[in-house]
Ligand binder design. Sequence first.
Ligand SMILES: [Mg+2]
Length: 191
Amino acid sequence: MGADGAGYTVFLDRDGVINRDSPDYVTSWDQFVFLPGSLEAIVRLTRAGMAVMLITNQSAVGRGMMDVATLEDMHRNLRQAVERQGGRIDAVFYCPHHPDEGCDCRKPKPGLILEARRQYNLDLAASTMIGDSARDIECGIRAGCGRTILVRTGLHDAQAQLTTKGLHPDRVAADLAAAVDWLLGTMGKTP
Ligand SMILES: [Mg+2]
C-alpha cells in the first residue's frame, strides 16, 4: 500500500467495534452508544485517505425486532455523526437475514465484502477487516482481506473461538483506536 492510504479500504464491523454491543440487540438510535475513541478513530482513517465501509450482521431485522427503515435511519445518523467530526463512512453493507435463512451475506460468510468489492472494484489485498467477533475475522480471511484485526471491545471471548478454528487475526487490539494506531503504523511498510 502507498504511504498515504489512497486506494486502501478498511471494513468495520459495527456493534462491539464502533458502538457498545448489547445481548438484546441494538435496535434504535437511542440505544446506539459510541465506544470511547471510536468516532475519532474513523476520522483518522478518512484523513489517512482510506475508504471506510461498514460490514454488519443485523439479524434483528430478520427476527422481526427492527424494520429496515429504522436500521437505515440509524446508519444515516451514524454517518452524519462521523461527518460532523470530519470523517466519512463511504458505504454500508448489512445482512438483514435471520441465521436460519441460509443467505450468502451473513458473516462469517464473505458475501458482504465480496459485494463491496464488486460495487467499488476494490483490491481486497489492500484492505483490512476490523471486528470484535470470530465471525468478523473469519469473514475477512475468507474474503481475502490483506489484514484482519480483532478488537477486544465486544461481548464474547472471540480469541478462544478463533484458536479453536485455527484462525489467527494479524493483530489483537484493545479497541478501534488501538487498531487504527497499529494499522496506520504499518503504512508504507511491507507487507
Ligand atoms: Mg460485533
